[in-house]
Design a protein around this ligand. Structure first.
Ligand code: ARG
Ligand code: GLU
Length: 708
């Protein structure tokens, strides 16, 4: 009872549910935010941002690949995004001899632009609310299974109809846990070419050391160009010509000052704004600590290896960037949730909701049922975190997984193509190592031991750490996966023999993986998870509907789901901790302060230093004569917003979003205006690097610069 009373008291403190600057808004419905945006300083209208009858800003903003944003900055398809978004394409075209990742790359002529197979760029043509049609045939008594079936069928009909006779593609996505549905009609371009990237010590200056942090000095941009056939998407062909977008962004040389209105227009991936206390607790206190500990192990080994050899640096660069990225974000997220008493805050909101349900009976059970389902979900979910972050941490186990799949397959064609793929892969894999990789072996053993010592590998019959370790070493050495000769012979031989080997218990690695998989992904566990998850989805649909009814005057934003959104705020510093205040922008002076030839992440290109020493900033310095590099603002962003244009009150490009401040990374779950800041590259630094550093003036000439 006492707990309930304190919760209630806290409930009133926890209101309102949404904070200023929080929200990722749907462009089509931006009219609802227009007055608020204009009051905050915006000079343009919602229709300037999204309009289907006239070219609008939305025509300049694209989904870059599968998880970043990009923007057109010329009428010849020139596209800006982050360096870390173009990263894998830059790596793909790099070798030790021709190392674009380290040295940068600039196409001085169109013919030098490099095709990037597999990379696509998606432009939204228009969107539409299709809720009624998607839910046609569904009512309050429809079972969940029927509901899913009906929705799937409706979606297939609607999307097919929508793009008939066009080259467009249609997708329909649920919003507010399926209370609403929007259809997106897209145009997907597949001839995208690399145009320019600064050297890593600019594009990734500060590396993983500075990642997620402010003050920041990363020149995180790269440039691509979209090609088309008659302005229509087409696969790569040397006959294609640069795509002419309906709209490209004007670039402001005026820059931003503290307090200025900005908005970010892009593709945020995932937020979980409405989840209950159980989900917050599970993420912050159960899963994050395990993931962090396991990634600590991997990072330590990779980083050691990378320090010792340039070949290994290239080999592991992309992988380490991604492992380290999550690792650091989760640490910030957990700390942020603790600081905000996130679990208690959620409990307080839930208590207020529960009280409200006294007058709204249909919602009375929903929170209790959510809690019950989380009880079932929690253990299985942790089990799977271990499986993915520990068992599958090594190349060894990932390669073993492919063999094990061969053993599970009865399709000869599939077996043959899997064998061919493995043979291919082996060539690069064994090129660097005679028989096995010591880094990979250490990762395999240590992550496994961690999992075992926490009780998550009970299928191992050895009962003390030393004998488990011996077993793992034996497994690593005896497995055919680390015997290139035998493996090649097996893969080249008959597919029957290969299948039988993979299906047998002959190989210790395949057997170990089989045991682990059968334990972690047993039918019972899968069923428990699927049921709980399905229930949670359904209950959340009800709960969120209830919350929206409870606060009828609030404009609730739907969680991010990799659809185009607008988020807005102001350029603003913050106080990350006692006695410290962070101002809102950084300058090139900070790069020189950080410079340290002994630390890989802080090496400065001599040419950049020389430009700095001569204050040779061209027209890109600010009014004080400083060269700005990055700035922070209160825009609510998340992963996927990388590369998003940051626009000023007039809708002109002033920055490229690339990160969030570490102290505010809990914003996917809980937003706190005191701590949550997005980090953007100042567009003037980007122009300075292109023009003054790289001498690629021809690219600047394509752009539309707006003078002070
Ligand atoms: N934190 C940024 C994001 O989530 C940048 C990640 C890439 N940079 C890095 N140093 N790993 O995408
Ligand atoms: N760097 C992130 C991305 O890839 C953006 C930072 C964030 O998560 O806000 O989208």
């Amino acid at each position: 009872m006492k707990r309930f009373v304190t919760l209630l008291a806290a409930a009133f403190m926890a209101l309102p549910l949404c904070h200023a600057d929080e929200g990722m808004w749907i462009p089509m419905l931006l009219g609802r935010n227009e007055a608020d945006m204009q009051a905050a300083g915006m000079h343009i209208s919602a229709e300037d941002i999204y309009d289907i009858n006239h070219a609008s800003l939305k025509d300049a903003v694209v989904l870059f690949g599968g998880g970043c944003t990009g923007e057109f900055v010329s009428n010849e398809g020139l596209l800006l995004t982050n360096h870390h978004c173009g990263y894998s394409y830059i790596v793909q075209h790099s070798s030790v001899a021709n190392d674009y990742l380290t040295n940068g790359f600039w196409a001085m002529k169109r013919e030098q632009e490099i095709p990037c197979p597999g990379l696509s760029v998606t432009r939204l043509v228009r969107m539409e609310d299709v809720t009624e049609r998607v839910l046609n045939g569904v009512n309050n008594t429809t079972s969940e299974a029927d509901r899913a079936r009906i929705i799937k069928k409706n979606i297939a009909t609607i999307t097919e109809e929508a793009v008939q006779g066009t080259h467009y593609r249609a997708v329909i996505k649920p919003f507010y846990y399926g209370n609403q549905y929007f259809m997106y009609i897209n145009e997907v371009f597949t001839d995208v070419r690399l145009v320019g990237a600064p050297p890593s010590n600019i594009g990734k200056f500060g590396g993983d050391t500075d990642n997620w942090m402010w003050p920041r000095h990363t020149g995180d941009f790269s440039m691509f160009r979209v090609y088309a056939d008659n302005n229509t998407p087409a696969d790569f062909s040397s006959d294609n010509t640069p795509y002419q977008p309906l709209k490209h962004l004007e670039i402001s040389l005026r820059g931003v000052d503290e307090g200025d209105f900005t908005f970010v227009f892009g593709y945020p991936g995932t937020t979980r704004r409405y989840v209950t206390h159980d989900a917050v607790d599970l993420a912050a206190n159960v899963e994050n600590p395990v993931r962090i500990a396991l990634r600590d192990i991997r990072l330590q080994h990779y980083n050691d290896a990378m320090r010792h050899s340039p070949a290994q640096r290239l080999k592991y660069a992309s992988r380490v960037a991604s492992i380290a990225n999550g690792w650091k974000k989760w640490q910030g997220e957990t700390l942020g949730i603790e600081r905000l008493h996130g679990v208690e805050q959620k409990l307080a909101q839930e208590a207020a909701f529960q009280k409200w349900t006294e007058g709204h009976k249909e919602y009375r059970q929903v929170l209790q049922q959510l809690e019950n389902n989380y009880d079932h979900l929690r253990d299985v979910e942790l089990e799977w975190v271990y499986f993915n972050e520990a068992l599958m941490a090594s190349d060894f186990m990932n390669r073993t997984m492919k063999m094990w799949r061969i053993g599970n397959s009865s399709d000869q064609m599939a077996i043959e193509s899997a064998a061919a793929a493995l043979l291919d892969e082996n060539e690069t894999y064994f090129a660097d190592f005679e028989t096995h990789s010591p880094v990979d072996e250490a990762i395999f053993i240590e992550t496994f031991l961690y999992m075992w010592s926490h009780g998550f590998a009970p299928y191992v019959k050895e009962d003390n750490a030393e004998s488990v370790q011996n077993m793992l070493e034996r497994t690593y050495r005896k497995s055919i996966l680390n015997n290139p000769k035998k493996l090649t012979k097996l893969l080249r031989g008959s597919s029957r023999k290969l299948h039988d080997y993979c299906a047998s218990s002959k190989d210790p690695a395949i057997s170990l993986l089989r045991n682990a998989y059968e334990y972690s992904y047993s039918d019972a566990k899968r069923k428990t998870y699927a049921t709980a998850d399905e229930n949670i989805q359904r209950l959340m649909r009800i709960y969120v509907k209830g919350v929206m009814e409870m606060y009828p005057d609030s404009n609730f934003f739907p969680d991010a789901n990799l659809t185009l959104r607008v988020t807005y705020g102001h350029v603003e510093g913050f106080k990350p901790k006692d006695a410290t205040y962070y101002t809102a922008y950084s300058t090139i002076d900070g790069i020189m302060e950080k410079e340290n030839a002994a630390i890989y992440d802080y090496r400065v290109e001599p040419r950049l230093r020389s430009l700095y020493e001569h204050k040779d900033y061209g027209p890109y310095a600010n009014q004080k004569g400083e060269m700005p590099v990055a700035f922070i603002a209160t825009n609510h962003t998340t992963g996927g917003n990388s590369g998003s244009p940051v626009l000023n009150a007039d809708g002109q490009l002033v920055g490229i979003n690339f990160d969030r401040c570490w102290e505010g990374t809990m914003s996917d779950l809980l937003f706190d205006p005191a701590y949550c800041r997005n980090i953007s590259l100042d567009i003037r630094y980007c122009l300075f690097i292109i023009d003054k550093f790289a001498g690629a003036r021809h690219l600047i000439d394509e752009m539309t610069l707006v003078e002070r």
